[in-house]
Write a protein that binds this ligand. Structure first.
Ligand code: FAD
Ligand code: SIN
Length: 556
């Protein structure tokens, strides 16, 4: 099929979450013409729903070293120490940047930020905004800024179907479908994938509908290596009710003293880990699942009776209002909670700069995998990564261009400005599956896939279930010609979900050990050698050991 090339930019950013927005702002400051794309409204992504906050060692008695130690411990020995050090060391300046953009964090005394504790942190270091509405407050400020920036073009409701590469194999643009169903190509010197996670692969998830792993799959399709895709973090405490979207119940509530009680009335968390309710997420999530099974129930209760209603209402307003609306008996019974898929730890393998193995292709935010989170992400370290790495990435693109100019190449930014789009005359030709799809059939198939993924790739995994799942996925892949791109965006999204489910299943099957969030019932022993799993384009899976020379690296 032929597609018109409608525009050319310096940089195209796929995704308008916190990581994509900060990339856009920083690249614009460096004089780049940026196009920011989002599948739905610019606001929609995981970022806006972030509750607990951002982990930053802001208190004078806290330190980068202590934060690093907690990050590495939670990461169960799979974290990349240099990456973690660089991100945490830069956290203070990125926090100041957010404040200079206009983000107002909650304060305690005077102008000091109120810092709360979350699981596996040895210190209260999570800053937040709007009580439990950190994501909403940060996103709003950033969107206000990009909307007023003449260097940034925004295309909402525009789904990227594929990343394009040139004859030399470098990323050079994207193929999109816009809100009117028009399909066209856009070119750029650099493509940044900031497309978030893939929680929608699972029946129960905290993630919004857009989180289907598209960017991760698109990057892999053009040759980017993927790392640790089997590492999927479940959040322990999510309010799940029939016919309602699951609602995350922030860990900060446990950080401030709430306790977990099973439906028989027993407080159980300390039976599983010395830190009880503040044990690392993977351990607590499995403990809750065990209690749910033991009591033949669907949930356990989060007992919040340690709070007064007035305090709870002002500290956690989003959750308070939602519980009121859902008629939850907050201060008597507590909040019914269960684990749900929450965070994609693996993703597009990259350096701390976001650089991938494909020239001019960058990855940032939840879709990226630099090794920061190891095998289990420390609470509130995701937003930290999202606010720090875009600065490093933007500097790297600028530096690379300067080096190119010094070496005598033409400076970047000499392309037609976006408002001169009509002067671009090129068309590109792509091999695309244009068969029609029944929308209702795809919806049913998506539901079935989500259900089966939860059973086979959830908190507890074993060989028999995964192998059966792979057989089902093979049939699905053949039926829907997953290897081919589709001209129908809904079908393409579904194909992406199948594609990524296959990779997760293979990696989960072949990692015959337990490590962090990956728990094999048939191999419960913790892995001795901490290895990243890496998928190359040909789907071959190799392993790369993480250096564990640092004495801080001890699995919790
Ligand atoms: P997102 O914010 O998810 O944005 C992804 C963007 O990519 C969206 O704009 C989407 O439209 C776009 N996109 C996707 N596919 C395509 C496509 N094919 N074409 C075009 N655009 C596309 N982390 C913390 O550190 N602290 C917290 O308190 C916290 N709370 C959380 C609460 C909830 C309910 C959830 C779901 C997550 C929470 N997390 C938290 C995790 C954190 O919010 C996310 O990891 C982070 O916001 C991801 O940001 P991002 O920029 O990578 O992607
Ligand atoms: C939460 O507020 O519990 C979510 C924090 C996170 O996912 O880091």
């Amino acid at each position: 099929m032929q597609f018109e090339v409608k525009a050319k930019y310096d940089v195209i950013i796929v995704g308008s979450g916190i990581s994509g927005l900060i990339c856009a702002i920083e690249l614009s400051k460096a004089g780049k013409a940026v196009c920011l794309l989002s599948k739905e409204a610019i606001t929609e992504g995981s970022s806006i729903y972030a509750q607990g906050g951002i982990a930053i060692p802001l208190d004078s008695s806290d330190s980068v070293e202590k934060h690093l130690e907690d990050t590495l411990k939670a990461g169960a020995g799979l974290s990349n120490i240099e990456v973690a050090k660089e991100i945490i060391s830069s956290s203070n300046s990125s926090y100041e940047k957010l404040i200079s953009y206009g983000v107002k964090f909650d304060t305690s005394t005077g102008s000091k930020p109120h810092l709360t504790k979350e699981a596996a942190h040895s210190y209260a270091r999570v800053c937040h905004a709007g009580g439990d509405a950190t994501g909403r407050f940060v996103i709003k400020t950033l969107i206000d800024r990009v909307c007023r920036d003449p260097n940034i073009s925004i295309a909402q409701g525009t789904m990227v179907i594929s990343i394009l590469k040139d004859n030399a194999g470098a990323a050079c643009g994207v193929l999109v479908e816009d809100i009117t169903k028009d399909k066209f190509a856009m070119f750029a010197d650099d493509v940044i994938v900031a497309s978030g996670g893939a929680g929608q692969l699972f029946e129960l998830t905290t993630n919004p509908k857009v989180s289907t792993g598209d960017g991760i799959v698109m990057a892999h399709r053009i040759g980017a290596c993927l790392q640790d895709v089997e590492m999927i973090q479940f959040h322990p405490t999510v309010l799940i009710e029939e016919n309602k979207d699951p609602l995350l119940i922030t860990e900060a509530i446990r950080g401030e003293g709430a306790r977990l009680r099973n439906t028989k009335g027993d407080y159980f968390a300390h039976n599983y880990h010395k830190d009880g309710e503040l044990a690392p997420r993977d351990i607590l999530a499995r403990a809750i699942l065990n209690e749910i099974k033991k009591t033949d129930s669907k949930f356990v209760y989060l007992d919040v009776s340690n709070f007064t209603e007035d305090y709870f209402k002002s500290r956690f307003p989003t959750i308070y209002e939602a519980c009121l609306e859902r008629k939850i008996d907050l201060f008597n019974l507590g909040i019914p909670v269960a684990p749900a898929a929450h965070y994609f730890i693996g993703g597009i393998q990259c350096e701390v700069t976001g650089k991938t193995n494909v020239s001019n292709l960058w990855a940032v935010g939840e879709c990226a995998s630099s090794g920061f989170h190891g095998a289990n992400r420390l609470a509130s370290n995701s937003l930290l990564e999202c606010i720090v790495v875009p600065h490093i990435l933007a500097r790297e693109i600028v530096k690379r261009n300067e080096r190119a100019v010094e070496a005598g190449f033409k400076p970047a930014g000499t392309k037609p400005a976006p408002n001169q789009e009509s002067k671009l005359e090129n068309c590109i030709s792509l091999n695309i599956d244009d068969s029609s799809f029944d929308e209702n059939e795809i919806k049913c198939q998506v539901k079935e896939l989500q259900k089966r993924n939860l059973i086979s790739l959830g908190l507890l995994r074993n060989e028999k279930t995964i192998i059966n799942h792979l057989k089902y996925l093979e049939t699905l892949s053949e039926k829907y010609k997953v290897e081919k791109l589709s001209s129908n965006s809904q079908a393409q999204e579904f194909k992406n979900m199948i594609y990524l489910s296959v990779l997760i299943s293979k990696a989960a099957w072949l990692r015959k050990e337990s490590l962090g969030v990956h728990y094999r019932e048939d191999f419960p022993g913790i892995a001795m050698d901490k290895k990243h799993s890496i998928f190359a384009l040909d789907d071959s899976l190799t392993y790369k050991s993480e250096s564990t020379e640092n004495p801080l690296v001890k699995a919790s």
